[in-house]
Each structure stands twice: as C-alpha cells, then as structure tokens.
Design a protein around this ligand. Sequence first.
Ligand code: ZN
Length: 325
Amino acid sequence: MPARRIIGVDLGGTKLLAGAVDPSLGVHYRVQRAVTGLPQRALLDMAVDAVTEARASAGAEVTAVGFGLPAVIDVRTGNVVVGAHTPLADLAFADVMVERLGLPVFVDNDGNNAALAEHRAGAARGATDAIMLTLGTGIAGGLILGGRLYRGARGGAGELGHMEIDYDGAPDADNCPGRGCAEMFVSGRALAREADRLAAQRPDSGLARAVGEGRTLAGPLVTELAHDGDPAAIEAVELIGTRLGVVITSLVNIFNPEVVVVGGGMIAAGELLLAPARAVVAERTFPFLSEGLRILPARFGVEAGMIGAAALAYEGMAALEEAAP
Ligand SMILES: [Zn+2]
C-alpha cells in the first residue's frame, strides 16, 4: 500500500497545532501558529494556511483532514454548537473546511480527540475503559467506555471540566451556564490564581520574587519554579493536584475505569501534580474501584489533540470505505 498521511489539526484557544500524521500515528511534519484573539474569518484563513503547509510537506499523499476544536460539536453534521474558547459558534465548520480544502474533513471536540490518541497509541492503549483529562487553561475531557469513544446522545458527552463540584459556587465563564465547575478549581487558570495568593502571603518565596520582577504567574512559570524547588510554587501545584484527585475520585466512582490519563500543558508538573492526586483517590474511593487503577501522564503531551484529530479522520475514512459498495 502506498504511504499516506492525514493532517491532524488541534485548533485551541491560544494556538493551532497541525501535523502530517501516518497511519501508525507518527508525526512527520508540524506547524504551529498563535491564534489568540483572532476573529472567525482570520482564524479560518490561518487553519487553511496551516493545513496547506502541512500537506505540501507531508511527504506522501494526504487523504483527509481531522480537526479538534475547544467546542461542543454536533458530530452528525460537524457543526459547532457552542465554542468555549473560540469564535466558531454556530458555524458549519466541516462544510466550510471541505469546500476550502477539497478533502474529506472530520471534526470533534479536542478532549475527545486527545482521549482517542491516548487510547489508540498512548498511555491508555489496551484499556477497555479509560478517562482522559486535558488540563490547560480549562479542562477538556474524553471518555473511552467499552473500547469506544463515548459521545452521548448528541455528541456533547465528556465535558468533564464542567462537572459541577461546588453546588453553590460562583458562575463559570466562557459561555458555560454552570456554577462551581471543576475547571474553576483544577486548571492552568486555577494554578495561576493560587500562585498569586501564595506570592502575596510569602514575600520571601520564589513566586513573590517573580512577581517583583514584573513576571506574570502563569501556569508554565509556576510549574518551572516548582521544579526548581520553590516551596510556595510546590504548594500551589500540590493544591491543584489534590483537587485533581477529588475530580478523579468522582469519575472513578461513576465509571470504574482501568486508567485515567492526565495531559495538557499542566502535566509538565509531572509527579508534583499526580502524586497528590493519587493519594486522594486512594483515600476516598472504594478499594474495589481503586485497586489496579492507573493514573498516568499522557504519552503525547500537548500533541495528543492533534494526533487524535488524525486518528479520528483515519477511523472516519475506514468507516466510509467499509460502507462503500
Ligand atoms: Zn462550566
């Protein structure tokens, strides 16, 4: 069989990652673009441009394109229903991209794609029941149940970041009508908030020194300071890890998975984040559910969504070929 590629695109709230991906989910060419603040038309132009570049450098025939968006997608149509961090709400995204790219296009939620990548070739490979949490600015989620990606009645399942964990909590942002959602407590945004609080309380800490130098305590900086051994930064990361354990505890009680995979930008904190999460899960779940449970970092890191978008398109193409007479 001749070599072929699919272009996987993860179109996030701050950046776009595109890659030419082979059928074994190896990445052969990568494109990265900043997309923060782009209006819809410029965002679509940039996506087309990135796919065109990846296609030209793919080194083999490109047969389809897969997209992941930080949005609820109606998977029957490829239409965006509501976009949390992206100006694509109510857009017939798949139709627009088919017309502009001249290739078959498959679209799903970014969290679902990340789960697919980790299940097909990553940390959850071989598991029948697995849960993926992608911790970035917010939380994206994906559920593999019975070996298949679980999408629910209309394609909106797996919004694990909007699991409400504070019944009387503050309103969520980003078009979510919920209150006290998990991503308000466990996310890059939450880490930055806790770091700001600790910096103010501990003027002698590394966090406070960074603020004094005019730096913003965003997730990657706090993580770096924690790895460097600053006790205040470690405390901030461990606090988020403890809360992550609470979220995972609920998911374990509901789904009884074999493996929970944690990815996204925040997994750069590694064991500083996962060790407290595991401790909470061990303490708070029924031993029958937690025995043998694995809580693992994502294999594909920040590329999980991009690779999963390609996996989505490979599986979509295979289904089309099977259905063809
Ligand atoms: Zn929410």
